[in-house]
Design a protein around this ligand. Structure first.
Ligand SMILES: O=C(O)c1cccc(C(=O)CC[C@H]2O[C@@H](n3cnc4c(=O)[nH]cnc43)[C@H](O)[C@@H]2O)c1
Length: 233
């Protein structure tokens, strides 16, 4: 998708998205759900559900939510790690694709993804036009946003070496979370488009609890959520 970084001067296409009437937003935990709900401020057409933490919990809970009601779009929304040079702490990331970065096999020659192994796919595509519209709307609201692949991992990255490995494995990797691929796989199974919206609370890399900015990331997630009704519905 181009451009990868959006500015407030990017043109915003007018109106919502005609075929989207009901949006399911999955958040890992309550604090993220509450931030999204505050941002939506009761806008009709949205339902916010808890995904749980990790890809399996997200897949199971999203599958259940999609069985209970009809939706036209599934969004995973929450805080995340941002890759250096791609998504700074305090900024937002809209997924250009959603992938399970650690689903594959380690070999003496390096990591092989599920796709390379021939066992299916560890990637769920995202509608580029939709992701672009959302990113442009967030930028037009004055928020700092980039687009790029959002990685789903089962283990939070905790070293610079592993962060570099992931960035090398996925060119343009923007953010790392733990739920997107699970929710996206549930949506894909029903033929429903999906998106991931992440608010960066920490850098992907060496563990540094003092540098986490969780309240700020939740505040940014709330602001981002307030933009969704005008751009999606
Ligand atoms: O203990 C740690 O070092 C640590 C560092 C970052 C995040 C965690 C979590 O347990 C939070 C998991 C939760 O938040 C999302 N999240 C936030 N930052 C990241 C990250 O850098 N990498 C992966 N996931 C992250 C995630 O989606 C979960 O919902 C612990």
């Amino acid at each position: 998708m181009s451009p990868d970084f959006y500015s407030a001067s990017s043109p915003l296409p007018a109106g919502g998205t005609p075929h989207i009437k009901r949006v399911l937003i999955m958040t890992p935990v309550e604090a993220e759900r509450d931030a999204v709900l505050r941002g939506l401020a009761g806008a009709p057409g949205f339902r916010v559900e808890l995904a749980g933490v990790g890809p399996v919990a997200a897949a199971v809970s999203t599958t259940a939510a999609l069985a209970a009601a009809e939706y036209d779009l599934v969004i995973t929304a929450g805080i995340a790690g941002g890759f250096e040079g791609r998504a700074a702490v305090g900024s937002l990331v809209v997924s250009s694709e959603i992938l399970a970065a650690d689903l594959g096999a380690e070999t003496p020659g390096g990591f092989l993804s599920l796709d390379e192994l021939g066992f299916g796919s560890a990637r769920v595509p995202v509608d580029a036009a939709l992701a672009g519209r959302v990113a442009e709307a967030l930028a037009a609201a004055g928020l700092s946003v980039s687009t790029g692949p959002v990685l789903t991992v089962s283990t939070v990255t905790g070293t610079a070496e592993h962060a570099l490995k992931l960035a090398g494995r996925v060119p343009g990797a923007a953010a790392e979370g733990m739920e997107g691929f699970g929710a996206a796989s549930a949506a894909l199974a029903r033929g429903i488009p999906c998106l991931e919206l992440r608010s960066v609370s920490n850098a992907v890399g060496p563990r540094n609890k003092a540098a986490w900015r969780i309240p700020e990331a939740l505040a940014m997630l709330e602001k981002a959520s307030s933009v969704l009704p005008e751009v999606l519905l």
